[in-house]
Design a binder for this molecule. Sequence first.
Ligand SMILES: Nc1ncnc2c1ncn2[C@@H]1O[C@H](COP(=O)(O)OP(=O)(O)OP(=O)(O)O)[C@@H](O)[C@H]1O
Ligand SMILES: [Mg+2]
Length: 277
Amino acid sequence: MAPLRGVRYPRCMPLADPLPGPPPSAPEEATLIDIRHVSRHYRRGVDEVHALDDVSLRIAPGRFVAFMGPSGSGKSTLMNLVSGLDRPSEGEVVVAGQSLGDLDEDELAAWRARHVGLIFQFFNLIPVLDARDNVALPLLLTDLGKAERHRRAETALRVVGLDHRLDHRPNTLSGGEQQRVAIARAIVTDPDLIVADEPTGDLDAKNAEATLGLLRELTDAFGKTIVMVTHDPRALRFVDEVFHLDKGLLLEGSDAERASEAIRLAAGGHASAGARP
Ligand SMILES: Nc1ncnc2c1ncn2[C@@H]1O[C@H](COP(=O)(O)OP(=O)(O)OP(=O)(O)O)[C@@H](O)[C@H]1O
Ligand SMILES: [Mg+2]
């Protein structure tokens, strides 16, 4: 798919202040996301659920990474901490030098609105709004007027190859198209970080591949950093790196290699992170 070809985005439509992170030409150790000894525990009656236990990892800017692991292993919990939707019980989440724990609720919401684009499994589009208005929704939190909000929404829809569907409501779009509208909504504020929870979970094989390819393009063409939770073994062909979780722990060394091998086998033996089509 080539929806991005010829589209000048997003430098023509800056909205968020750039994150005060390291410059793109910084050495390899550049870090955008720094998860430091993070735990997240939930109390359920008398029990305490350890959704995450002492997880530390780093993600460099402009990378497309996946969190993988069995159901209940803590993937969504970790994703919610990275995107500032939730706070850790212990440890620290630092994004571009900003420790999210230093922000109060209002500051955290403002930080999220400026720097994070969210994509979900079930698209979460508003049924009574057409594609343009769905995509423009995050811009309601800005000072932009309606005409400018629509212009930016149309640009984002052009990026995902859907500028011929501006007036379509979600129920007149295919599943793949709905997910592309949701991706346009995630990028309309020009965020540095895109966070996606099982974006291909409700799509057939063809649309899943197209969605993964589009996310890949967002990193390659526009330098977006993408953190994706997925069960989809096809993802291995598109991402730069996989972090494996199991029972709230981050797998490392030979455990992580074994988990990667199992996913490669599930994908037919041809996939490998970093070896992209
Ligand atoms: N709000 C909550 N209250 C109590 N327990 C929770 C809560 N949210 C998550 N958990 C528990 O934390 C663990 C990790 O949940 P999480 O949603 O992160 O898993 P996951 O890896 O995303 O799973 P799936 O692949 O099924 O989406 C699970 O045991 C879950 O039941
Ligand atoms: Mg989940």
